[in-house]
Design a protein around this ligand. Sequence first.
Ligand code: DC
Length: 225
Amino acid sequence: MINIAIDGPSGAGKSTVAKAIARKIGFIYVDTGALYRAVGINALRLGYDTSDREKVVSTLDSVKIDLRYINGEQRVLLNGEDVSDAIRLPEASMAASNVSAIPEVRAFLFDLQRQLAAQNNCIMDGRDIGTVVLPNADIKLFLTASPEERAARRHRELIERGTPVDYDVLLEEIKQRDYNDSHRAIAPLKPADDAIIVDTSGNTLQESVDNVLEIIKSKIDIPNV
Ligand code: DC
């Protein structure tokens, strides 16, 4: 199987770029952040503080997460319930960031990610895919953009969805999550030594997709692309 790892901070465009490319080259797209989000909202629903390691670990025995692909779109099932929309709510982002710092949560999600990669040609995006989950990935990319650019993108997205949030609040949140994600003791956000770094600041989405696709085509042969 061919595995492409895309890591980087939130809002760098990973998921949109990965999704577009996966569709174009006929791979599945695995959004691993969604798995951490599902563990996070499960703990929230139980009324737990998502940074309380013991409490969060106690939820893992009774949590089952599955990914399904419907018309090429990833859907996330939490104990059989489709939570694909619920995991995008703002409270799910911080919950995911909190639970992702817990080693038992990372270990719990590790096998699922490895299995998906072993069974499918896939583009997998996350924070530690090239460094920890798939250290032997065929291609490793690290997508990044300035915090200001990422906050501005998120701001536009939320206005389009009709749920605007103040730009400064978003910028602060992004900086806080970057800090959490890159300073945690386990699997911190950082490029793998052999990752290709792509800065998407100032690029349109299409430019980022074209740029990443060119890099992929220069590294591996994909039929009919
Ligand atoms: O990509 P995202 O914003 O949906 O990720 C949600 C959180 O999960 C983010 O704060 C970092 C964490 N995460 C992680 O630690 N490792 C991954 N492979 C994916 C996400």
